[in-house]
Write a protein that binds this ligand. Structure first.
Ligand code: NAD
Length: 366
């Protein structure tokens, strides 16, 4: 595959113009575009602009509803429950977080849920929103309306999705924020799409094939990546991270994110229209209601310093903490551009053209 480096500004303009053509108002189109491009900048190409062709297909099938606001259907003390009405997750999620953050500033603790929203994207974005407000946040998310792609530990076929968890801790003057943001499968589904587009094999242990046997071929996941394919590609599954521990965490994403939000788990009584619905359970904490902030900053700095002082197991690979790889990717990619493979680029152009946009209207020069 051929890789090109594209400047974030061009990608933002391109994605914004395609989304506006899809019916989003300027504000929504920009929020979604900024979110997708920030995922690329953070090194998470699986949740970057490569998702747009999928969104366009789902928009055309009325499985994403543009211009929705989070609907606060229940408020009780510190509890806020929103319905996303199948709106763009990136936009609905941002506004719901703003409302929850505002409340947390007075109550010190908020339990916020969002049900029935389309793909929230990179969950770390919501952790970063809390951090920017000086708050700590915990997010547990399930994925429904999509055929399951992850097998339970000890099983041989898929029963749930990549259910992400995000835990966010504000930084200090010396120590940048700590942001643990991860799928509970060993890799995110989008990473198999990227490997497939690039013609690369996967590392061992990440997927099983349709017979339940270990595989390294990303094509075992093609049935989920390209649901319109007519050649009936075999249906494999991703494996959970950390065997039964990751499976346990994924199950709690179903119970907290899916069940407690009122959205539902991925169990098969619920319809699966082949889109990506997320349900999110979020706890926001104002740390200054619990501890002295200067002591907190000192503890954050010292515990990270202590961990990082461990001699590297491999020469030249020092200990990192969650958030470090994204920071590194961000500074590199802001400077030199976002690497995109030619297949992902082609899929983006086709998505724009299918909405009736010319290359000029997509802000693409050649
Ligand atoms: P990943 O495995 O690349 O990183 C997971 C976490 O580990 C990050 O916090 C990262 O900072 C940390 N990390 C990575 N390398 C490290 C190292 N060497 N030392 C210490 N920490 C390290 O991420 P992933 O699991 O592939 O998830 C990718 C993205 O997919 C996330 O942003 C997630 O929110 C998103 N996602 C979204 C959905 C959804 O339905 N919306 C579903 C699944 C995943």
């Amino acid at each position: 595959f051929v890789e090109m480096l594209i400047k974030e500004i061009l990608l933002k303009k391109m994605v914004t113009s395609i989304l506006k053509k899809g019916g989003s108002n300027t504000d929504e189109a920009q929020i979604v575009a900024n979110h997708l491009v920030l995922s690329n900048l953070s090194g998470h190409d699986s949740h970057g602009v490569g998702m747009l062709p999928i969104y366009i297909r789902l928009l055309k099938a009325n499985l994403i509803m543009p211009n929705q606001q989070p609907e606060l259907f229940k408020i009780d003390g510190s509890i806020m429950m929103f319905d996303g009405n199948r709106g763009f997750g990136q936009a609905v999620g941002k506004v719901a977080m703003e409302k929850a953050i505002k409340k947390c500033k007075s109550t010190g603790l908020v339990l916020m849920t969002i049900r029935n929203v389309h793909h929230l994207g990179r969950i770390g974005t919501y952790g970063e929103q809390s951090i920017a407000a000086g708050l700590i946040s915990l997010h547990f998310v399930n994925v429904t309306d999509h055929p399951p792609v992850v097998c339970p530990y000890g099983g041989s076929d898929a029963r749930f999705n990549t259910n992400p968890i995000c835990l966010a801790m504000p930084g200090t003057k010396k120590q940048p924020q700590i942001l643990l943001d991860m799928a509970t499968s060993r890799i995110a589904l989008g990473k198999t799409r990227l490997a497939f587009n690039k013609g690369q094999s996967l590392k061992e242990g990440l997927v099983i094939d349709h017979t339940g046997q270990p595989s390294t071929d990303p094509a075992v996941m093609a049935a989920y990546m390209f649901p319109d394919r007519i050649d009936n590609p075999p249906i494999g599954a991703l494996t959970p991270l950390g065997d039964y521990k990751g499976f346990g965490l994924a199950l709690f994403c179903e119970l907290l994110g899916g069940m407690l939000s009122g959205g539902g788990t991925v169990q098969p009584e619920h319809p699966r229209k082949k889109s990506i619905i997320n349900n999110m359970f979020t706890i926001l904490i104002d740390p200054k209601k619990l501890i002295d902030l200067s002591w907190m900053h000192h503890e954050v700095e010292e515990i990270v310093k202590y961990c990082k002082a461990s001699p590297p197991a491999e020469q030249g690979n020092p200990v990192l903490v969650a958030g470090d790889p994204e920071r590194q990717a961000n500074s590199e990619r802001r400077a030199s551009g976002i690497p995109l493979d030619d297949e992902t680029w082609k899929q983006l152009l086709i998505a724009g053209e299918s909405m009736g946009l010319s290359k000029e209207e997509m802000h693409v020069n050649n």
